[in-house]
Design a protein around this ligand. Structure first.
Ligand SMILES: Cc1ncc(COP(=O)(O)O)c(C=O)c1O
Ligand SMILES: N[C@@H](CCCC[NH3+])C(=O)O
Length: 420
């Protein structure tokens, strides 16, 4: 029988061995994305580094896999940093992001000897300088600049509007100079460069080029006004992936190659140099490699909707409820049957918005069938919750016909353990 295999393992075997709902990653797909990014993000004019934005999905197994490919890590919390530490990744390749790092998180990162803090605002800069001095720890810093580029994506995941909560707006020279001058005085902290990130799931290459061009002009201005040159520049991540048939994103490797070439040309024109160009893909590294397998439970017709209820829902994937995100799915054991019925795929959470796919044509479904949603590898598990006290699913890596558990299913007991 024709069926869907992930990493060479069929969905029924995965469901029987690990239960459902289940997150499954095709390990070879992740490695290919990592390889493509590292190979194509390179230049003979400056150093380059690919950093994985681990908010998309973090786990010790994944961090080990990516570290072995030479990739660095963007973390935004003590928790993500802890995961990187447990995976034993090189701390010099860790970048600590976030717009409200606590003192405790800053101290943890300083003590761990991370490579870079990406400073979000003036207050954070002052706290970091004070804490580094108190602990006698040195570190490098990138300052996050909001270049004010509006990219075509969902409003909730744009980060570069002038009033965005992230970074310092490019026109706010008072705050930018304040950070630069403060860091100049610090014996422990060195300003290594600047960072920008314009949003997520951006499909048009033009927005990235605009942001890069704006940041290079900004570097030229910093050279003129502050004598800063040959700094590092991070252009963030945000590269879109394919969720549904209409999505046609530029492949990650191609995007990386284009951005490097664009940067080389823009730098030449503007007369500034950089020592390193950094990019931070999250979604594009893991999104399309991830699948969620559910078991179909009850079904019902309500109004003109044919509901399929699955054994998970917004608690394991909130993206449709939050951003109207679209997905596609199959019944993996009815792979070769003609789609003939329009279904609404809903979860078991107690919320009307608990929908995973609003409308999709599938072959006739029955209770007990498996249902597999594609491209759930980014911001699925990482944004999962315990709503209604459903446990987070297990996560599995599959490769060459073998599957291995990398995160256990959360049990009632796991939740009860936190009670006092
Ligand atoms: C600072 C920063 N870098 C990188 C990313 C990764 O974004 P994406 O997963 O869209 O590639 C994000 C998230 O949008 C981010 O906030
Ligand atoms: N979590 C979002 C994107 C935000 C990316 C992080 N700044 C998503 O699922 O698409």
């Amino acid at each position: 029988m024709e069926t869907l295999r992930i990493g060479g393992v069929d969905c029924r075997s995965l469901a029987d061995e690990f239960g459902t709902p289940l997150y499954v990653y095709d390990e070879a797909k992740i490695m290919k994305q990592a390889d493509d990014a590292v190979l194509n993000f390179s230049s003979d004019k400056f150093d380059t580094e690919v950093v994985y934005a681990s908010k998309a999905f973090s786990s010790v197994a994944l961090f080990k896999l990516l570290a072995a490919q030479g990739i660095g890590f963007d973390v935004v919390s003590g928790g993500e940093l802890y995961c990187a530490m447990k995976a034993g990744v090189g701390m010099d390749k860790v970048y600590f992001h976030g717009n409200n790092k606590s003192d405790q998180e800053i101290e943890m990162a300083l003590d761990a000897g991370i490579g870079y803090f990406v400073i979000d605002n003036v207050m954070e800069c002052n706290r970091l300088v004070g804490l580094a001095e108190k602990r006698k720890r040195s570190t490098k810093v990138l300052l996050r600049i909001n270049p004010g580029i509006s990219a075509h994506t969902h409003e909730y995941i744009m980060t570069s509007k002038p009033d965005s909560k992230f970074g310092i707006y490019i026109e706010n020279k008072e705050h930018i100079y304040n950070v630069i001058d403060t860091l100049k005085e610090s014996p422990y902290i060195r300003l290594a460069g600047f960072h920008s990130h314009i949003g997520s799931q951006i499909i048009d290459a033009e927005s990235f080029e605009k942001a890069l061009g704006t940041m290079i002009e900004f570097l030229a201005e910093m050279k003129r006004s502050k004598g800063l040159d040959n700094l590092e520049l991070s252009i963030g991540g945000g590269f879109g992936i394919k969720y549904v048939a209409e999505d046609d994103p530029v492949p990650l490797g191609q995007m990386c190659a284009n951005l490097v070439r664009y940067a080389e040309e823009a730098l030449k024109k503007s007369g500034v140099t950089i020592s390193k160009l950094i990019t931070e893909p999250g979604r594009a590294m893991v999104g399309e490699a991830g699948y969620t397998i559910y078991t179909i439970g009850d079904m019902k017709k309500s109004g003109d909707k044919n509901y399929i209820f699955v054994d998970g829902g917004m608690s394991d994937n909130i993206r449709h409820a939050l951003y109207d995100a679209e997905y596609t799915c199959v019944l993996p054991e009815k792979f070769s049957k003609e789609p003939q019925i329009s279904y609404c795929i809903a979860g078991k959470n107690c919320e009307s918005g608990d929908i995973l796919i609003a409308d999709i044509m599938l072959p006739e479904a029955e209770t007990g069938d498996l249902l597999t949603i594609y491209s759930t590898g980014a911001y699925g598990y990482s944004m999962a919750s315990n709503y209604n006290r459903l446990g987070r699913p297990a996560v599995v890596f599959a490769r060459d016909g073998k599957a291995r558990l990398i995160i256990k299913r959360e049990t009632y007991e796991d939740q009860y353990r936190l009670e006092v």
